[in-house]
Ligand binder design. Structure first.
Ligand SMILES: [Cu+2]
Length: 216
């Protein structure tokens, strides 16, 4: 093997290691969300409202084939936050009713705009409370409130493009092993191995890496 080829090989390994490091940086920028499987098929979306003392959720927002959504359907809040459900007046009579979880939510069934139902989530309500609108639960009018940091979470999104492949990320999540770190470690090891082989050839054929740049 000629020295130039060796240089090229070493350069390639370095580039691969750099690429792996860069992609792991992108992957770590992904957003962490609570696992809210109750609303996985419901309209209304999710918002992180940690750090806020008061959050408003619309009741009768557009979604689920009509004005049949809570918006945002999923929220993440700190203990001590008051959630105010505010009726839009659209979509008929709605209510807020606990399905499971620590907070015993339960409002009247009301159709008029401007009606509100409040609940203060305290340390006693940490975890995930799932709720629904009883008249429209079968249509997907569902909601969920995650309280505090001790809730099951997942990584989502990441801003798209150039990041770690999502299939690998999902696989890593499923098996609970940080595959990315292993991968970066393996690439780093290969880089070191290539350097050692390069040094071996330089010693064996007596060429200094600092001479003869253009003369081989
Ligand atoms: Cu409803």
């Amino acid at each position: 093997m000629k020295r130039r080829e060796l240089l090229r090989t070493a350069g390639g390994a370095t580039a691969a290691a750099t690429a792996a490091t860069a992609s792991s940086g992108v992957a770590s920028a992904q957003e962490v969300q609570p696992e809210l499987s109750h609303i996985s098929d419901a309209d209304g979306g999710y918002e992180d409202h940690r750090g806020e003392s008061e959050v408003t959720v619309e009741v009768g927002a557009s979604g689920n084939g009509g004005n049949l959504a809570f918006s945002p359907a999923g929220i993440w809040i700190d203990p001590g936050t008051t959630v105010i459900w505010e009726w839009t007046g659209e979509g008929g009579g709605h209510n807020v009713q606990n399905v499971d979880g620590p907070a015993a939510l339960g409002s009247e069934t009301v159709s008029e705009a401007g009606f509100t139902y409040e609940f203060e989530f305290t340390e006693d309500h940490t975890g995930i409370t799932n709720y629904e609108c009883v008249p429209h639960s079968s249509l997907g009018m569902l909601g969920a409130v995650a309280v505090g940091e001790d809730v099951p979470t997942k990584e989502v999104g990441g801003g798209g493009g150039g990041g770690w492949p999502t299939e690998l990320d999902a696989f890593a999540h499923d098996v609970g092993v940080p595959i990315q770190k292993h991968y970066v470690g393996i690439v780093s090891f290969l880089g070191i191995a290539v350097s050692l082989v390069f040094t071996f050839y330089v010693l064996k054929y007596g060429e200094s890496p600092n001479t003869g740049q253009g003369g081989v």
